[in-house]
Design a protein around this ligand. Structure first.
Ligand SMILES: C[S@@+](CC[C@H](N)C(=O)[O-])C[C@H]1O[C@@H](n2cnc3c(N)ncnc32)[C@H](O)[C@@H]1O
Length: 292
C-alpha cells in the first residue's frame, strides 16, 4: 500500500489527479490511474470491491479524526454538533447516504434521530458493528447502492452524507432522483463532496500542488485499474454547474453551497489536501437543498 500523494503523476499513464482518493491515503502499488469512461455497473462493482477490501485500512488512517460517533463533514473538520446544517434532528427520520462505518448515523441516533444508514460496501458496515460494540450503540444500517435506494417514497425528513456515495456514483441524476423520491415534501438534503475545483489540481498537498494541471471541464472519471485491467477504484467529477443541474433536475431547491475555509491551527494533512492549499482554495463543497 502507498499513498497517491507525490508520485501520482509518475505512476499514472495520464498524469491525472484524484481529489478524494488522495484523501483516503490508501492505494495499492499495482494499480494504474487513468481518466477513462466507465459504466454505472462497472463503477458500482469497483466501489463495492474497493471499500469492502480497504475498510480496515481507511479506518486505521482516518478513524481517529472521524471519531466513532461524531458527524464530521469534511477534512476541514466542520462538525455537525457546531454547524447545525441539518437543523433539529430529534424525532426526525434521517437517511445517511454512503454511511461507511456509520459514525455520522451514530451521532444522529445519540441526538434522538430515527436514523438509518446505507452503504454499498459490507466491509464498511461490518466495521460499523465494531464501533457499535465499542460505543454501546446499535445503529441501523443496510447494504445498498445510492442509485437504487431500498426505501419507500416519502420515508425520510432528512437525507445527509459526508463524502458518502455521491462523489463515486456514475449517474448523479439517478442517485439524487432516488434521494428526492425517499424524502417527504419539504425534506432536507445536505451532503459534502470534494470541491470540483480540486479536480483541476495535482494530488499534492504542498505548495507544489498549487497549480492547474488538468481541465476543470473534463468530466471523464478517475479510475484505477489492476494489472488485469479491471477497474478497482472510481470517482466521478462534476462541475459546480453539473451539481446544480443534477439537484434541480431531481426536483430540489438549492438553499446554500458551503465552502469551508481551512481553520487556523488545524494542521492535519489528509491525503492530497491540507492546510497549505486549503487556506487558499476550497477543498470541500457542502450542498444544502430541500424538496419543495
Ligand atoms: C469516504 S467514505 C464516507 C463515509 C464516512 N462519512 C467516512 O468518512 O468514512 C465513502 C463511502 O461511500 C460508499 N459508497 C461508494 N459508492 C457508493 C454507492 N454507489 N452507494 C452507496 N455507498 C457508496 C463507500 O463504500 C464508502 O463507505
Amino acid at each position: 500500500m502507498s499513498s497517491l500523494l507525490h508520485d501520482d503523476d509518475a505512476r499514472s499513464g495520464s498524469g491525472s489527479t484524484c481529489p478524494w482518493h488522495s484523501l483516503t491515503g490508501v492505494k495499492h502499488e499495482s494499480v494504474v490511474s487513468q481518466r477513462v469512461e466507465l459504466t454505472a455497473e462497472q463503477t458500482s462493482r469497483a466501489s463495492r470491491g474497493w471499500w469492502d477490501a480497504n475498510a480496515g485500512e481507511y479506518h486505521a488512517e482516518h478513524g481517529e479524526f472521524l471519531g466513532d460517533d461524531r458527524f464530521v463533514w469534511c477534512p476541514e473538520g466542520v462538525d455537525e454538533a457546531d454547524a447545525g446544517l441539518l437543523g433539529p434532528v430529534r424525532g426526525k427520520r434521517v437517511l445517511e447516504i454512503g454511511c461507511g462505518a456509520a459514525q455520522c448515523s451514530r451521532w444522529l441516533a445519540e441526538q434522538g434521530a430515527d436514523v438509518v444508514g446505507f452503504d454499498i460496501a459490507v466491509g464498511q458496515l461490518r466495521l460499523g458493528r465494531e464501533l457499535d460494540r465499542r460505543t454501546g450503540t446499535n445503529v441501523r444500517t443496510v447494504a445498498a447502492d445510492a442509485e437504487a435506494i431500498p426505501f419507500a417514497d416519502g420515508t425520510f425528513d432528512i437525507a445527509c452524507s459526508a463524502f458518502g456515495g455521491l462523489p463515486f456514483v456514475a449517474d448523479a441524476d439517478r442517485a439524487l432522483g432516488e434521494v428526492a423520491r425517499v424524502l417527504r415534501p419539504g425534506g432536507r438534503l445536505v451532503f459534502s463532496v470534494t470541491h470540483p475545483v480540486r479536480w483541476a489540481m495535482p494530488d499534492d498537498p504542498t505548495e507544489h500542488g498549487l497549480r492547474i494541471t488538468s481541465s476543470y471541464f473534463d468530466r471523464t472519471p478517475y479510475v484505477e485499474v489492476d494489472r488485469h485491467g479491471t477497474p478497482v477504484y472510481v470517482e466521478h467529477h462534476r462541475t459546480i454547474g453539473d451539481w446544480v443541474r443534477a439537484l434541480t433536475g431531481a426536483g430540489f431547491m438549492v438553499d446554500d453551497l458551503l465552502e469551508p475555509e481551512w481553520p487556523a491551527g488545524h494542521d492535519r494533512v489528509w491525503g492530497g489536501w491540507g492546510p497549505v492549499r486549503g487556506r487558499l482554495v476550497p477543498g470541500t463543497a457542502i450542498w444544502v437543498a430541500h424538496r419543495p
